[in-house]
Design a protein around this ligand. Structure first.
Ligand SMILES: Nc1ncnc2c1ncn2[C@@H]1O[C@H](COP(=O)(O)OP(=O)(O)O)[C@@H](O)[C@H]1O
Ligand SMILES: [Mg+2]
Length: 252
């Protein structure tokens, strides 16, 4: 299996506070790595580091085998297209002054997609995120949280990235909507082969979506491996606590 994203020995401190220590993982093409831990455990810090939005103090990050922190400007531009973010709050991702269609077209323009393909691509993306094509004319304020998140996902996959970093991407949604959006992530992964770096504080969400899991506690990796193996027999007390505290993902 191809490794699309890998980190080794990543450390990050803010002043004398260590937010992340000796963190390593591998994410395979077309697979999902769940990153779980309670609030403040370093999940978003790791997410920002793998997107090169924050520089680690030590360790390496590789995107498709290339050192993310050693590339020149032109490689970095390509790398930035290959890894995209789906944030918790889609309102931060969508431009409120643009219709859904214009939000997508803005992305197409940035990626220099030929204008003649925009309409077809818009339909294709809305289908992939299971949103009716009629929504192309809607404004962000007219959308429910789940619909807005679907548009944010469509925007993130517009340039056919290899990796989506999803930082608490379903955490603000109602339970029933959460399950539907998780299923959409799984469907579009099957269709496009995109790998998911899926961050959540909720082990139920991680259990639902992840092939592999990385459990963080105060910046330390307390457990990692195939989700089924880790959750069937958690070796760490913290993982057992998270298991006891997990919510239930509603059947969608
Ligand atoms: N820019 C920053 N400056 C100082 N402290 C930070 C900064 N970013 C994160 N932290 C601290 O690092 C820890 C981990 O934060 P974060 O990665 O956001 O955790 P999580 O996403 O798991 O909730 C927290 O204690 C947070 O307050
Ligand atoms: Mg966070």
């Amino acid at each position: 299996m191809t490794v699309v994203l890998a980190a080794s020995g990543v450390r990050k401190s803010f002043g004398d506070f260590t937010a992340l220590d000796d963190c390593s993982f591998q994410l395979h093409a077309g697979r999902t790595l769940g990153v779980v831990g309670e609030s403040g455990s370093g999940k978003s810090t790791l997410g920002r580091i793998v997107m090169r939005l924050l520089t680690p103090d030590a360790g390496t990050v590789q995107l498709a085998g290339d050192d993310l922190y050693a590339m020149g400007a032109s490689r970095l531009r390509t790398a930035r297209r290959r890894i995209q973010l789906v944030p918790q709050d889609p309102r931060h991702a969508l431009n409120p002054a643009m219709s859904v269609g214009d939000n997508l077209r803005f992305q197409f323009a940035a990626q220099r997609l030929p204008r003649s393909t925009w309409n077809v691509r818009t339909d294709e993306l809305l289908d992939q995120v299971a949103l009716s094509r009629d929504y192309v004319h809607a404004w962000p304020y007219e959308l429910s949280g789940g619909q807005a998140q679907r548009v944010a996902i469509a925007r993130a996959i517009a340039g056919r990235p290899d990796v989506l970093v999803c930082d608490e991407a379903v955490s603000a949604l109602d339970k029933s909507v959460q399950a539907q959006v998780l299923n959409t992530f799984a469907d579009l992964q099957r269709e496009t082969g995109v790998a998911l770096f899926f961050i959540s504080h909720d082990l139920a969400v991680i259990d639902h979506i992840s092939d592999d899991v990385l459990v963080l506690n105060r910046g330390h990796t307390v457990e990692s491996g195939p989700t089924r193996t880790v959750l069937a027999d958690p070796q760490d007390a913290y993982t057992r606590e998270l298991l006891a505290a997990r919510s239930v993902v509603a059947a969608a």
